[in-house]
Design a protein around this ligand. Sequence first.
Ligand code: MN
Ligand code: MN
Length: 475
Amino acid sequence: MPKKKEEKKKSIEEKLAMQKESMWLSLKKSEIKKAMKFAEDYKKFLSEAKTERETVDYIIREAEKKGFKNIEKFKKLIPGDKFYVVNRGKSIALGIVGKKSLDRFHLVVSHIDAPRIDLKPNPLYEDGDAALALFKTHYYGGIKKYQWVSRPLALHGIVYTKDGKKIDIRIGEDPDDPVFVIPDLLPHLARKVQGDRKLFEGIKGEELQLVIGNMPIEDEDVKQKIKTMILKILNDKYGITEEDFNSADIEIVPAAQPRDVGFDRSMVGAYGHDDRICAYTSLRAILEIENPTYTSIAFFYDKEEIGSDGNVGAQSNFLEYVLAKVFSIIKPNYKHIEFLEALYRSKTISADVSAAINPIFKGVHDMKNAAKAGYGVVISKYTGHGGKYGASEATAEFMAELRALFAKHGVQYQVAELGKVDEGGGGTIAKFFSRYGMDVVDIGPGLIGMHSPFEVVSKMDLWSAYKAYKVFLNQ
Ligand code: MN
Ligand code: MN
């Protein structure tokens, strides 16, 4: 006979003080199994979607399988209808019309660009002294440049030829593909050239050059034989010429697959968690909900890593464009004030990653307000710099609403800040939504080694993010 469990009497401390526990201990074994399976799906996504364009393609594919259609195909929109709007192949919105379709919107907004290195518009040259062909680059976003040298790199992107033909490029992911490399200097000769520099300057922007070839073409009339050989290979394979690089978006990313980290396989190490972990978890969330009360939309933006400017970034009017489209289909003669009021009443999760405690550099965190790996998705009441500059702070009211929602649905979370007050800081796209008057808060998993070519996340925090976005959108 099972023993009746004696209710343990709680101490005054247990009653009043905050109690947080690792999700590895608090979750049932059956749920941990689901979370581990979810991490496998996530790793597949990450290895397929390594750029913002590839992520948009992936999102459209998965959304169409679940019945989402391009909004242009709808003559009317009724509750339960699923639509998407694409912006230049680089950002996208997926929405489900709610029962109270125009009352307000529930949004989860993430970004699908990641720090990386781009090709310059005129990238190709031959270094005759070294007998090598190289690509010149311009890095994108906040990378520590020294992390990108002496590691296998892949090229992803598109090129338009003179005739307007679009060529897809993806080299370095297949095990049989060649890869490329930015060579670091051997330590034997680096003492003066690099040894006297500060760490961040160990490799400088103009030194991020990609080695792409060494074989000269056999042709006496050709002066630059190695460069010409590269051009011949590119022309044979893709039909492009040197000038076609002027009309291209080509990105250099680590040529590596996501891997489990740790003997216990408790973490995922990969390039691009920031912020494709939030993109994937919010995508799964919106793909799995049916008949929400309010119209739920997941936005996936480009350009966050360089300030959200431009026509595909969160500072563009893509949000207004999508919402106005929904309004104009449901209620063609709507008034502008109704539109503004719906925006004002809306609620948004800005889904972006936070920092989990790095055990080697604890000094940058305030331990009382730092996120622990495996303790759940991080709610940041505000992000920004010392003195809260640049922050769009969530109100106590909205924080209370989310606490209640997550408690009701068993979503484990932790409330934390990125680092110590005057240590540095970072921004998210939250403030570009709060300007419409809506409630916005930052929620996302904590990473270790953010912005590096191999960021690490606990599988529990991945799972917790997915649960948080789903209950929020499904209200
Ligand atoms: Mn981010
Ligand atoms: Mn970032």
